[in-house]
Structures are given as structure tokens and as C-alpha cells.
Design a protein around this ligand. Structure first.
Ligand SMILES: CC(C)(COP(=O)(O)OP(=O)(O)OC[C@H]1O[C@@H](n2cnc3c(N)ncnc32)[C@H](O)[C@@H]1OP(=O)(O)O)[C@@H](O)C(=O)NCCC(=O)NCCS
Length: 188
């Protein structure tokens, strides 16, 4: 990687670990990001794991991250994205590079290894779909409304309709808001 070097103050394989890395390591590759949307709830003791394969190559005979081969040992899994309105249940683990779709729910204690579609509840290890929160046509309508693209104060104004399940009432309220707030990013 251009301009990036491992400082070889300690080169032995026995010297890996946070104490060494935090002082001597410069990123050798693109660092993945964690993107968290708005109105997201994350249960206590949940873990969002980043860092691709964490330099452990299971297609190599040894998955130990030897410093001499550390650059080749990294495989990115991309950014982790938690979209707006997601609820992550307590003690869940989200593996690297996962996208949690708008309004999805991660059941307590789940290990999420695949992307979760919007407004879907998943659970278990590995987490599998349990059910959707609403019928498919309602989910489509919700996504089309792009509620969370509204300015925060507008979302606050929608509390009455958001804390209910009447899609027509929500659509009407959003439409009204959009008329009042032309700057809103709503598309319908
Ligand atoms: C996911 C959750 C919201 C589902 O609640 P619910 O809609 O009332 O669903 P139910 O309890 O009726 O369960 C529905 C199914 O999901 C399963 N399920 C529920 N929780 C589960 C979990 N944590 N892991 C795996 N499966 C789970 C149930 O066994 C049931 O399966 P079945 O249909 O085969 O019998 C809830 O179980 C949960 O995990 N909430 C998170 C609580 C939490 O972490 N709170 C603290 C942070 S704020």
C-alpha cells in the first residue's frame, strides 16, 4: 500500500497484540467503516465486529497472522451498515460487512452472518428470518416513504403516526409534512 509501512521495531510473531499494534501499526489497507443510521436502538452487550477476516486466512494452512505475511492475510468484508430504525436485541453479535436493513430487528443473543432485509426479524445462531414485522406491501410503502430522510424535527412531529400501525394515516401525515417542508428529501 502506498505510504504505509509496518514499523519493524518488533518483528517476532510473538509480539503481536494490542500493546504492540497500537504503538507500531499503521493501516496497510482500506479500513472498513461502521455506519449507524438514526433512531437505532442497540441492546446492552451487543458486539459489532469490524475488520474483515481479522487477518485470519482459513484458506491457508496456518491461519496465524504472521507479521511477514500480514498484508496478504487481510481480506476485507466491506463496511458494516446499520440502517435507520433498527433494533438490535441484547447480546447480539453482528459480523463484519453486514447490512441491517431499515427497521429490522435482531433477536436477543443472535449471531448475524448475513444481511437482514428491511423490517424483518431475525434470530438465532446463525440468525435466520423469524418473521417480517409487516406484510410485504406495507413494507414497500414504508420504504417508499423514506421517513428517516426527513429532518429530525419532522420525524419527531410524526410520533403519533409512527407509534401506530395505520399506514394510510402515516402516508397522509408525511405528505402533509412534505408540503410544508419542501426541502425534505421525500420522493412521493
Ligand atoms: C425478537 C423478539 C423481538 C421477538 O419477539 P416476539 O415478536 O414477541 O416473538 P415471539 O416471542 O412470539 O417469538 C417468535 C419466534 O421467534 C423465536 N425467538 C424469539 N426470540 C428469539 C431469540 N432471541 N433467538 C432466537 N429465536 C427467537 C421464538 O422461539 C418463536 O419461534 P417459533 O415461532 O418457532 O415458536 C424478541 O424475542 C427479542 O429477542 N427481543 C429482544 C429483547 C431485548 O434484547 N431487549 C433488551 C434490549 S432493548
Amino acid at each position: 500500500m502506498p505510504g504505509a509501512k509496518i514499523l519493524k521495531t518488533m518483528s517476532s510473531a510473538t509480539c503481536n497484540g494490542d500493546e504492540h499494534s497500537l504503538k507500531n501499526w499503521q493501516p496497510q489497507w482500506h479500513i472498513d467503516k461502521l455506519r449507524i443510521g438514526n433512531f437505532v436502538c442497540i441492546g446492552a452487550e451487543s458486539i459489532i465486529l469490524l475488520g474483515g477476516n481479522n487477518t485470519h486466512r482459513n484458506d491457508w494452512f496456518s491461519n496465524y497472522p504472521f507479521m511477514e505475511h500480514i498484508v496478504d492475510s487481510y481480506q476485507s468484508k466491506g463496511d458494516t451498515v446499520i440502517e435507520d430504525g433498527v433494533w438490535i436485541g441484547m447480546r447480539s453479535m453482528i459480523l463484519p460487512g453486514i447490512r441491517l436493513g431499515e427497521g429490522c430487528v435482531i433477536a436477543a443473543g443472535s449471531v448475524v452472518v448475513k444481511d437482514v432485509p428491511p423490517y424483518t426479524i431475525v434470530g438465532g445462531n446463525p440468525a435466520k428470518p423469524i418473521k417480517t414485522r409487516f406484510p410485504e406491501n406495507i413494507i414497500k410503502e414504508l420504504l417508499k416513504l423514506k421517513i428517516y430522510d426527513l429532518p429530525e424535527q419532522d420525524v419527531e412531529k410524526l410520533q403519533k403516526q409512527l407509534c401506530a400501525s395505520d399506514i394510510q394515516a402515516l402516508k397522509q401525515a408525511v405528505k402533509q409534512l412534505r408540503t410544508q417542508t419542501p426541502s425534505s428529501k421525500l420522493s412521493n
